[in-house]
Every structure is written in C-alpha cells, then in structure tokens.
Design a protein around this ligand. Structure first.
Ligand SMILES: Nc1ncnc2c1ncn2[C@@H]1O[C@H](COP(=O)(O)OP(=O)(O)OP(=O)(O)O)[C@@H](O)[C@H]1O
Length: 238
C-alpha cells in the first residue's frame, strides 16, 4: 500500500513564504481532500511531491522515495496539475501515445484510458480544440496511463459539466476503493463532503487540520462550515 509523505516542506519565493513546514501523510484506500484559501500552498506542495519545484527544506516522498528517484514514475504516481499542458496540434490520442512511449507503457493503455475518460470519440481531434472539461478528462487519462497506486489532482472539477462532475466523483471514489492513495485539491466542499474520507486543511503554507470528513461533519455540521471556521483566522491572499 503506497502512501504519500510530506514532511516539513519549506519554500520561499523571494520575500513570500509559500510553504512553512507543510507536513501530512496521504493514506491509501480513500480520497484525501487538500483544501485551503487561494495562495495557501496547495499547488506548490503538489509540485514538490512531483519533483517540479525544489523545497528549501523538508521532503516529499511516494512509497518512501522521491518522485525523481522512481523508476518509470508514471507507474507509481499519476498527476493532473495543468489541463492546458498539451501540444495544441497533437490529437488527444497522440498526446497519450507520446506519454506512454516515454515511459515504456504499452500502446494498448492509450485506448483503455481514453475510454475510461469518455474521450474515445474525440481522441483523434487536435487537443488544442478541446474545451476545458475535455482537457481535464485528457489530463485524467494521462494520470491513469501507468495504472499508478497514487493519484494527485489539482482542482480536477474545474470546467466539468454536471455529467462530468458525476463522472469525476465516481472515478475518484472508485480509484480510492481500489486501494489507491488519491489526493485532490479542490475548493468545492460539497463535492469533497460526498467523496472524500479525509481532508487536509492548509493555510499560509502549513497544515491547520488533518481529520476525517465524518469527524469534521460531526463537529461542525458540514465540511463547508468546518472549513470556514478553521480558516477564519487565516486571512486571504498575501
Ligand atoms: N513560481 C512562483 N513564483 C513566485 N511566487 C509563487 C510561485 N509559485 C507560487 N508562488 C506563491 O506561493 C504561494 C502559494 O501558492 P500556491 O499556488 O501553492 O497556492 P494554492 O493554495 O495552490 O492557491 P489556489 O487555491 O489559488 O490555487 C502564493 O503566495 C503564490 O503567489
């Protein structure tokens, strides 16, 4: 069973402190919501788990290893960070084929993940013409290519239509039920309340609360009420 461990991450960008000792563990078998006000440090943390930003201090590991040290990393962790990170002239299918080849994954996976993401019909169209919701689906398809035990998704509900939201909710729940570790950053508390088993609330680059969703609902009546209370003293964008 694969965990994500974030331990004491610190990061400054010039005068601004983005991460100030960020520490938490993502356990397998449940969706963990990663929530906090704009600028709290969620995306920076996800980027560090994936080795895309270097911390000033602290560590982030998947299965005890840094992402950069994982052999064939897409088999260990799949990520959706930026749905616009694609070549606009390349078809969705060729985008996935290119990724699969870079990781020695069989081409057969491409059609499997296109089908699972509802993009089978649009797969041969240039990805530059995809709507935001279609780009999110393509990003999810890419994250699933290596059938990884760990998934990290940054605001995956953005741009999805109502049917897409239901699809994403069921997909993430199913991935967690398979025993995967699923970390989802989102501002949609009602979605997380229905879907997540656990939530990590952050503010100003550190953890404010790390608790079960049912525990928070029991104490505050809803996840949204818990979030608003826990982050009340944190303030907005610095
Ligand atoms: N490359 C960068 N250069 C300068 N500052 C940065 C950079 N990346 C992040 N920051 C700063 O670090 C802080 C944390 O940003 P981050 O994007 O991680 O927040 P977030 O919680 O993901 O916010 P949001 O909910 O708006 O997506 C912010 O103050 C942001 O301005």
């Amino acid at each position: 069973m694969t965990t994500i461990e974030v331990n004491g991450l610190r990061k400054r960008f010039g005068p601004s402190v983005a991460l100030d000792g960020m520490t938490f563990v993502v356990q397998p078998g449940r969706v963990t919501g990663f929530v906090g006000p704009n600028g709290a440090g969620k995306s920076t943390t996800l980027r560090m788990i994936l080795g895309l930003d270097r911390p000033d201090a602290g560590t982030a590991t998947i299965d005890g290893r840094r992402y950069a040290d994982l052999p064939c990393p897409m088999r260990h962790a799949g990520a959706l960070l930026d749905p616009h990170a694609l070549h606009p002239a390349r078809s969705g299918r060729n985008h996935l084929r290119w990724l699969a080849r870079s990781q020695d994954l069989p081409d057969s996976r491409v059609d499997e993940v296109l089908n699972r993401s509802g993009l089978a019909a649009a797969g041969r169209r240039a990805a530059g013409g995809y709507s935001l919701g279609m780009r999110q689906r393509l990003g999810v398809a890419a994250a699933l290519l290596g059938d990884p035990p760990v998934l990290l998704l940054d605001e995956p509900f953005n741009g999805l239509d109502p049917a897409g939201i239901v699809w994403m909710r069921d997909l993430l729940r199913g991935l967690a039920e398979d025993g995967r570790s699923v970390l989802v950053s989102s501002h949609l508390m009602s979605e997380l309340q229905d879907m997540a088993g656990h939530v990590v609330v952050v503010g100003h680059g550190r953890v404010i609360a790390d608790a079960g969703v049912n525990e928070l609902i029991g104490a505050y009546s809803s996840l949204e009420a818990a979030y608003l209370d826990l982050t009340a003293g944190v303030g907005g964008i610095r």
